[in-house]
Design a protein around this ligand. Structure first.
Ligand code: 2HG
Ligand code: ZN
Length: 471
C-alpha cells in the first residue's frame, strides 16, 4: 500500500484536522523536548475518540507501518519521538482531553488520556478533591504520557507514582482491540493486573486512551519549610525523623544542592542554601484540626537540636510557599539557561542516598575536577537528579556523548552496586535502551520481551523504544 493510499484512508477516518502533514505544523511533534532526537513521520495523527484511535491502528497496522503514541511530548528519554525511517506515525492524544467523570464518594477521576495534568488537577479541585500528582511540566504533560512513563514528581513519598494512582484503564491494543477496564474498583483480585502492563511501557504495548485515577480529600492545609542544611547533614536519617515526628503527614522531602539552587533566577525572598544544600519539606492535610505548622515546627526543632540544619524558614503565607516551590521547580529551566545539563535520574534505597552523594562526587571529581554538578531530587523517594552541567564552551551534544560513554557508566555502576536504578522516574525511551541491556536482570529483560511479543508481535507500537519483541 502506498503512503498516499494510507494517508487517504487515515483522512477518511480521522478527518483532515486529524492528519497533519504540513512541515510547519508537524515539526514540533518530531523532536523531543530536549532536542536530542529528531524523527520523521508520514503524518501526525490526532484522533478525537477511542474509535478513531482504533481506526488509525487498524489502517497503519494493515499497511505494515508503525505508531508512536505521544502526550505532551515532555519525555526526557526520547520515548515519544519517532525514528528516522519515516515509517512511524506519531499519534498525538491532544484532541482527546475530556474529563469523563468525578466520583466524590469513591474519590476517583475518570478522564481521557490526552488531558493535561494541570487540567486534571483542576477538575479534582473543582469537585473539592485533590489529584496527588504534581511536577514541573504539569502545564503540558498529559495523563497518557504520565502513565506511559510511570511519572513520579513531588508527592510520591506520600501518594506514590502514577502506577499507584491508577484504578482503571482504557487502551487500544496493536491489533485494534480495545481493553475496556475503566472500573473504579479498589479491590479486584481476578487474575493478572493487565492495566499495569501499560504503566511504564511508554506506548510499546498499546495506546492508553482513558484512565481512572485515585483522588484524595482536598489537601486544603499545607505547612512548608525551607531548611538550609549543615555540611554532610544525614538526609536519610532526617527523613526518618521527619516521618516519625509528623505521623507521616509529609508529602514532599526535596533536596537541593547549593549549585543547583544557584541556577535559579534570584528573588528577594532570601531563600538560600546552607553548606550542605537545602531541604524543601511539605506537610499536607485535609483537616483543620491537625495543627500542621506546630507539627512541622516541632519536627524541625529536632533537626536543629542535632545540628543538621543551619536555620529554617516556615512559609507563613501562600506567596512564600509558592516562591519556595518556584525555586525548586525551575531548576531544570535554570540548567538550560546555564547551557544545559547531562541528566542522571538515579534511584537508590533511601538509606544509601547519603553514600551516593559522597561517592558520586568523588567519581565526578576524579574524572574532571572542574565539572559542576547540579544535584537535587526527591530524597523521600531515594531519587536524585544527579546532573552534570555542560561546561562553558562545550557543545552540548558532543559533551553528552562523551559523558554518556565515559562518566555516566561509573555513576550508574555506583547506583547498581547500591541496588539502585539508572532511571527512577524518567523512563527508558530510545535514549536509555542500552542501559536496560547493561543493567537489567537478564530474566527480567527476557520477560519484558515476552510481554512485548504477547501484546505486539508485529512491533507496531513505538518500535525502537524500551525493548524489542523476541526473535
Ligand atoms: C524534576 O524533578 C524533574 O524537576 C526534572 O524530574 C529533573 O531535569 C531534571 O533532571
Ligand atoms: Zn524529578
Amino acid at each position: 500500500m502506498s503512503t498516499d493510499t494510507v494517508l487517504a484512508a487515515l483522512r477518511a477516518a480521522l478527518g483532515d484536522a486529524g492528519v497533519l502533514t504540513d512541515p510547519e505544523r508537524t515539526g514540533a511533534y518530531l523532536v523531543d523536548m530536549r532536542k536530542y532526537l529528531t524523527g520523521k513521520s508520514p503524518a501526525i495523527l490526532r484522533p478525537t475518540s477511542t474509535e478513531e484511535v482504533v481506526k488509525a491502528v487498524e489502517i497503519v497496522g494493515a499497511a505494515g507501518l508503525g505508531l508512536v503514541p505521544q502526550g505532551g511530548n515532555t519525555s526526557y528519554c526520547g520515548g515519544a519521538t519517532p525514528d528516522e525511517s519515516g515509517r512511524q506515525f506519531v499519534v498525538s492524544l491532544e484532541r482527546m482531553a475530556k474529563i469523563r467523570s468525578v466520583d466524590p464518594l469513591g474519590f476517583t477521576l475518570s478522564l481521557d488520556a490526552g488531558v493535561i495534568l494541570a487540567d486534571a488537577q483542576k477538575a479534582a479541585d473543582d469537585a473539592g478533591l485533590t489529584l496527588p500528582m504534581s511536577l514541573g511540566s504539569q502545564g503540558s504533560a498529559r495523563i497518557g504520557g504520565l502513565l506511559g512513563t510511570n511519572a513520579g514528581g513531588l508527592s510520591v513519598l506520600r501518594y506514590g507514582m502514577m502506577r499507584d494512582l491508577l484504578l482503571g484503564i482504557e487502551a487500544v491494543l496493536p491489533d485494534g482491540s480495545v481493553l475496556r477496564d475503566m472500573r473504579r474498583l479498589r479491590k479486584n483480585n481476578t487474575g493478572y493486573d493487565v492495566k499495569q502492563c501499560f504503566v511504564g511501557a511508554e506506548g510499546t504495548l498499546g495506546i492508553v486512551t482513558g484512565a481512572v485515577l485515585k483522588l484524595i480529600p482536598q489537601a486544603s492545609r499545607r505547612a512548608t519549610a525551607w531548611l538550609p542544611l549543615a555540611a554532610a547533614a544525614p538526609l536519610a536519617e532526617m527523613l526518618a525523623l521527619m516521618r516519625r515526628e509528623t505521623a507521616d503527614l509529609i508529602s514532599s522531602f526535596e533536596f537541593i544542592t547549593t549549585t543547583a539552587l544557584g541556577l535559579v533566577a534570584g528573588s528577594d525572598s532570601g531563600l538560600h542554601a546552607g553548606e550542605g544544600g537545602t531541604l524543601l519539606i511539605e506537610l499536607s492535610s485535609s483537616s483543620d484540626r491537625i495543627p500542621l505548622d506546630d507539627v512541622l515546627l516541632g519536627a524541625v526543632e529536632q533537626l536543629a537540636e542535632r545540628g543538621w540544619i543551619e536555620d529554617g524558614l516556615l512559609a507563613s503565607n501562600e506567596r512564600q510557599r509558592a516562591e519556595m516551590w518556584r525555586m525548586r521547580e525551575t531548576i531544570p529551566e535554570g540548567e538550560l539557561k546555564a547551557g544545559g545539563s547531562i541528566k542522571h535520574d538515579i534511584s537508590v534505597p533511601i538509606s544509601s542516598v547519603d553514600a551516593f552523594l559522597v561517592r558520586g562526587a568523588e567519581i565526578v571529581a576524579a574524572y574532571d575536577a572542574t565539572f559542576r554538578l547540579s544535584v537535587y531530587g526527591h530524597v523521600g523517594d531515594g531519587n536524585l537528579h544527579y546532573n552534570v552541567l555542560v561546561p562553558p564552551g562545550e557543545e552540548r551534544l558532543a559533551f553528552s556523548k562523551r559523558i554518556e560513554t565515559e562518566l555516566a557508566p561509573q555513576l550508574y555502576d555506583l547506583a547498581a552496586e547500591m541496588d539502585g536504578a539508572f532511571s527512577a522516574e524518567h523512563g527508558v525511551g530510545r535514549l536509555k535502551r542500552g542501559l536496560l541491556e547493561r543493567y537489567g536482570d537478564p530474566v527480567r529483560r527476557q520477560t519484558m520481551r515476552r510481554i512485548k511479543t504477547a501484546f505486539d508481535p508485529g512491533n507496531v507500537m513505538n518500535a525502537g523504544a524500551v525493548v524489542d519483541p523476541l526473535g
